[in-house]
Design a binder for this molecule. Structure first.
Ligand code: ATP
Length: 142
């Protein structure tokens, strides 16, 4: 059996990752899961969070995903997400600004009915996860 699996991470706009990898770890709705070659097929929804994978040469990579779906097959993992960015492509200042905007909306929520609480919470979660992944980039570069 082949040693690697094909990982595809796609959004409506673009293919973010298309690579042969050794292992994929993803934030499933019921908890983080790992997929190695030969895994039993399954389908799951994803939480907002970080997909980690190890490339064929042993290098670990991280990608932000805004939730979505994952399909695991014995030789392939496909992730469909509304948005996704490789760690190196995350714009830190943009994520900080999004976090501040969401925090402001949530603070207003108690006073104003027109604030969409669910939407603001989701935006907050995306910003926090982007900042979390970008933080590991800064730590590892140091
Ligand atoms: P914002 O309010 O800054 O747009 P958002 O969480 O609402 O953030 P999304 O709807 O998840 O943004 O994504 C819209 C597009 O912008 C996607 O293509 C996504 O990859 C990109 N994007 C959003 N935030 C960032 C970021 N901090 N760095 C790089 N790309 C980003």
């Amino acid at each position: 059996m082949a040693k690697n699996i094909k990982l595809e991470i796609v959004t409506p706009d673009k293919a973010v990752v298309s690579e042969e990898v050794q292992i994929v770890m993803a934030p499933g709705a019921l908890g983080e899961f790992g997929v190695l070659v030969g895994h039993t097929p399954f389908l799951t929804t994803l939480k907002v969070g970080i997909v980690r994978y190890v490339e064929a040469d042993g290098q670990e990579r991280r990608v932000f995903v805004s939730g979505g779906f994952a399909e695991a097959l014995p030789d392939k993992v496909t992730i469909l997400a509304e948005s996704a960015e490789r760690r190196r492509d995350i714009d830190l200042e943009r994520a900080k600004a999004a976090l501040e905007r969401a925090q402001k909306r949530l603070a207003e929520e108690a006073r104003k009915e027109e604030v969409d609480y669910t939407r603001a919470r989701a935006a907050l979660e995306r910003a926090l996860q982007r900042l979390r992944i970008a933080e590991t980039r800064r730590r590892e570069a140091a």
